[in-house]
Design a protein. Structure first.
Length: 197
């Protein structure tokens, strides 16, 4: 019974505090509210655009900003080989069959980076050992290498010179070479190369 006596008092306090908040909000002149909103908009407009993505199109120069946006995505998903500048550079690499590269790049890994070197892998669907590619782009030295695995052979195409691979990529290539039986003297020469180690 004593609790019921306090209920009207509690409602009165709640009602009074709500009214005070409403009055405080109404007491700010409209001009000041507009100035505050304008300042907040300026601050918002000047915030760094950390998550802003650059427009990726077929004419974007493949530089570090370009590739940072592509990290974790699949090369065909983002049209990597449709990029005119990159395609032109790949086509100019001596003896590289660009059309075969694009035709056999059906199964792929996402684009990764280590020590400013971009990497992606692609191979012929359902038959990686017959034609698999490892693409490396050295952003520091502006160079491209393409490793082409076919059965138990490996051909490395270089745009300018050999790229010294960072430890993680080097270990990955060593495992793939071993799986493809590159340099093996074993009687079992069946390649088990796969783009995923």
């Amino acid at each position: 019974m004593k609790i019921l006596k306090f209920i009207p008092f509690v409602f009165f306090i709640l009602f009074y505090s709500c009214n005070n908040n409403k009055k405080e909000n109404q007491s700010i002149p409209t001009e000041i509210k507009q100035e505050i909103e304008a300042e907040q908009q300026i601050e918002k407009d000047n915030e760094p655009k950390i998550n802003q993505q650059i427009e990726i199109n077929s004419k974007s120069k493949p530089d570090s900003l370009y590739f940072n946006v592509l990290l974790g995505k699949y090369p065909t998903q983002v049209g990597l080989f449709e990029n005119e500048i990159l395609a032109s550079r790949l086509k100019s690499i001596n003896r590289l069959d660009y059309d075969a590269l694009v035709a056999n790049w059906n199964t792929e890994t996402p684009i990764t980076i280590e020590d400013q070197i971009i990497h992606a892998s692609g191979c012929k669907a359902h038959n990686c050992p017959s034609s698999g590619y490892e693409l490396f782009i050295d952003l520091k030295n502006d160079n491209i290498n393409l490793y082409h695995f076919r059965a138990n052979t490996l051909r490395v195409y270089t745009e300018k010179d050999w790229i010294t691979l960072p430890k993680g990529f080097s270990n990955e290539i060593d495992i793939k070479k071993s799986n493809a039986k590159i340099g093996s003297t074993s009687d079992d020469m069946e390649s088990t190369y796969n783009i995923t180690q």
